[in-house]
Design a binder for this molecule. Structure first.
Ligand code: ZN
Length: 411
């Protein structure tokens, strides 16, 4: 198997011309984040007719999580019979999802077992992040969650069909740069996205009822999964978390949240779970919001609003404390909105994703302080509010998890 460095360098290809957009592709290698990740729980009862695909996913998940092992090990681990495992593994080998790695070198009596593993180099995933206000980001991610190549396209204010064309050009570039068959395309988009990947509403991009999943599938003839950016981001965070109950607050041009409860993503009946940005904070009014209301969480916390407030600080000897006061107030407002959510769901973990220079400091401290004082201490003693460890790649990585989960039942 090639090393990560080699895999990175093989993707170094000149960016083709002609998309009418500023696209650059750079090789990049980083550490895997979901190699040993936590599995999302299946969301329904297993019916007899689904047993085979369930068992298939179980075998893949076992190998994906634990790494190389024998068929007998997999049988023990899954509780399936040796015959069933042999049958499923033969099918998975034929599909190039599993490979035989050779015999195990050990001193056990009898014939040495042949080790098998998920063929982690056989497929790649295209991840796309549409949540940035200024550019669309994309990456080629391997099955271990390592980003092997990146591309981006600047948005230049494009909305509607022009923005769709940019997504198309970005995906085309990534598909062309892939060095292995593409397992699927995962997209994290702002706005309300239904389970069929139709963007019901994304005001910033002027998308309404846009079947992005269908459009990309028709254009590239590959499996496509589209989700809300915060809901996609929390999938990546869950892989690196120790908790099965997790709220991720994503602060950028807007404010949104992704929620996993009992290991299951929560999307909501109207597909808008986690849309906390337009929840009004308190009864004291507040700045006017783009949605028409006053005092929405976004007006306190969204990056453009915070930056504008900080930029307006006069250069006096009070500048540092003025800055702290603004960030503290934003954190307090966040804590006020989160408190009933944390209390109602008895959450123990809240992660923040966004610019660390704004969030990590007085803002996060004020948020957790407000959360603790507003919830029942004895039930929230272990409550942690922390910055995400996924940095700016959280949506790209989450998009890859979405494809792995959707295509292979692996997460
Ligand atoms: Zn609003």
């Amino acid at each position: 198997m090639s090393t990560e460095a080699q895999r990175g360098s093989t993707l170094e290809s000149p960016a083709p011309q002609g998309a009418g957009a500023d696209v650059l592709t750079t090789p990049f290698v980083d550490a895997p984040i979901f190699t040993r990740s936590r599995a999302l729980r299946p969301t329904g009862k297993v019916l007899p007719e689904h047993a085979r695909s369930h068992n298939r996913a179980l075998v893949l998940q076992t190998l994906y999580t634990a790494g190389p092992q024998s068929r007998a090990d997999v049988a023990r681990e899954t509780g399936l019979t040796r015959v069933t495992i042999s049958d499923l593994v033969a099918e998975l080998i034929a599909e190039r999802l599993v490979i035989e790695l050779g015999q195990r070198e050990d001193a056990r009596p009898g014939k040495p077992a042949i080790l098998i593993d998920v063929d982690r180099a056989a497929f790649q995933i295209i991840g796309v992040d549409l949540s940035d206000h200024e550019r669309f980001l994309g990456a080629i991610v391997d099955l271990d969650g390592v980003i092997v190549s990146r591309a981006e396209v600047s948005r230049d204010g494009a909305t509607g069909e022009a923005a769709v064309a940019l997504v198309d050009a970005l995906v085309a570039r990534l598909v062309a740069a892939a060095t292995a068959p593409v397992l699927g395309i995962g997209v994290g988009s702002p706005g309300v996205v239904d389970p069929n990947g139709v963007i019901r509403s994304a005001p910033n991009l002027d998308w309404r009822g846009l079947d992005l999943q269908g459009r990309l599938h028709a254009a590239f003839d590959l499996p496509v999964h589209v989700g809300n950016d915060a809901n996609v981001a929390v999938l990546a965070e869950h892989g690196a978390s120790t908790s099965d109950d997790l709220l991720l607050v994503k602060v950028g041009h807007g404010v949104g949240a992704g929620l996993i409860i009992g290991g299951r993503p929560v999307i909501g009946g109207g597909f808008a779970a986690g849309e906390i940005g337009h929840v009004i904070v308190g009864t004291d009014g507040g700045p006017r919001c783009a949605c028409g209301k006053s005092g929405c969480l976004e007006t306190w916390l969204a990056v453009p609003r915070l930056t504008a407030q900080l930029d307006a600080i006069a250069e006096t000897e009070h500048a540092a404390s003025d800055r702290e006061a603004i960030l503290t107030e934003a954190g307090r407002r966040l804590g006020i909105v989160l408190a009933p959510v944390v209390g109602a769901l008895n959450l123990s973990e809240v992660a923040l994703s966004g610019p660390a220079e704004l969030l990590d400091g007085p803002l996060a401290l004020a948020a957790v302080d407000t959360l603790r004082t507003r919830t029942m201490a004895e039930h929230n003693r272990d409550l942690r509010l922390r910055m995400t460890e996924q940095a700016q790649d959280i949506v790209l990585r989450g998009a890859a998890v979405m494809v792995l989960s959707g295509q292979l039942g692996v997460s």
